[in-house]
Design a protein around this ligand. Structure first.
Ligand code: UDP
Length: 322
């Protein structure tokens, strides 16, 4: 299939673009900026790279037509929860405004299948047991609200017969795929790259919150290897291509690890300590986010190949360049 991947330059987008290209799809990567400072990580010849803004409906319509796109994987968007609290309008603009422009372009170009990168943030504050897809969606930050709004929009479009979708609710993407993607953002806010930078620089990693009700007091997350997460997009596209019904699915392992456990795992992989310092809770952070991964197994046959935290941190350590 000809697949447009929005946000193809990002940490997850690169892994997705490569996984789809490896699976034989003709991939058109679409992102706000070209892959300059990171080097040409998109080596597969079947990945074309375009620069553009998903809020540009006209440009997108043209792109979808020019490349005879059959399906879209939509990852482009703003992703920093704490920033969404202080700059909510930018999040509504990129994540919802961009989503509307993309969906309008898809309908105009008669592209009817979309895999959407949603988030565990649609659930909000949750119980310690892994969350199932039916769990109440009550996001606790603007980022989560923009993702939930997109899910609602997709539900409405599906009911109207306009598009079919798979919304993948990401839990915490982590780790690296050698030669394809390394976790790195500008500015960096994520735990594993920040911890690796702390280990390299000696400047302590801030641990945001040590009084959560999680055993050791630090926040707990469900870490999914980025290569496994990428593969979920491949099987979601296959599902839609075969005429499968629209779905919203967790991409989760069902395993929760605390910030302290992640740091300890990184220390094992590095063979040296990660300096840390206790800090206040970060605005918008839920104490726990762990997902049930059974529905995606049942519907799409997806199971994580690398659910073990040590495997994930080892891949991150091997790929990290400070
Ligand atoms: N975290 C931390 N220090 C950091 C970055 C993150 O203690 O420098 C914590 C953060 O508060 C959260 C967990 O690590 O509880 C995972 O955060 P991350 O930003 O990696 O992903 P999120 O869960 O926010 O999507």
């Amino acid at each position: 299939m000809n697949v447009l991947v929005t946000g193809a330059r990002g940490y997850i987008g690169r892994a997705v673009a490569h996984r789809l290209a490896d699976a034989g799809h003709a991939v058109v990567g679409f992102d706000l900026a070209p892959l300059v400072e990171e080097g040409p990580l998109h080596t597969a010849s079947s990945i074309r790279q375009l620069v553009g803004d998903v809020r540009d409906e006209e440009g997108l319509t043209q792109t979808l037509q020019d490349h005879a796109v059959d399906a879209v994987v939509h990852l482009a968007g703003k992703i920093v929860v704490s920033e969404s609290v202080t700059e909510p309008l930018a999040y509504w603009d990129h994540n919802v405004g961009g989503g509307i422009a993309l969906l309008k372009a898809m309908v105009a170009a008669d592209v009817r299948q979309i895999v959407f990168s949603s988030s565990a943030a649609v659930y909000g504050e949750v119980a310690p047991e892994p969350i199932a897809e039916q769990h109440r969606r009550e996001p606790m930050n603007p980022y989560g609200r923009t993702k939930l709004t997109m899910e609602w929009m997709l539900e409405d479009l599906d009911r109207a017969g306009a598009v079919h979708y798979v919304a993948l609710r990401y839990f915490n993407a982590a780790g690296a795929v050698p030669g394809v993607t390394v976790e790195r953002h500008h500015p960096e806010t994520h735990l594993i790259p920040n911890a690796l930078t702390a280990a390299a620089s000696g400047r302590p990693l801030k641990i945001f919150g040590s009084d959560y009700d999680t055993g050791d007091g630090t926040a707990m997350r469900d870490y999914v290897h980025v290569g496994d997460l990428a593969d979920a997009h491949r099987v979601a596209l296959d599902h839609l291509a075969q005429g499968g019904a629209s779905l919203a699915l967790n991409v989760a392992t069902g395993l929760g690890y605390t910030v302290a456990e992640v740091v300890a795992s990184l220390e094992r992989a590095l063979g040296r300590p990660v300096p840390t310092v206790a800090a206040d809770r970060r605005p918008g952070d839920p104490p726990l986010l762990i997902g049930r991964g059974t529905a995606i197994r049942e519907h799409l046959g997806w199971v994580p190949a690398h659910p073990d935290l040590d495997d994930i941190t080892k891949s991150a350590v091997a790929a990290h360049r400070p």
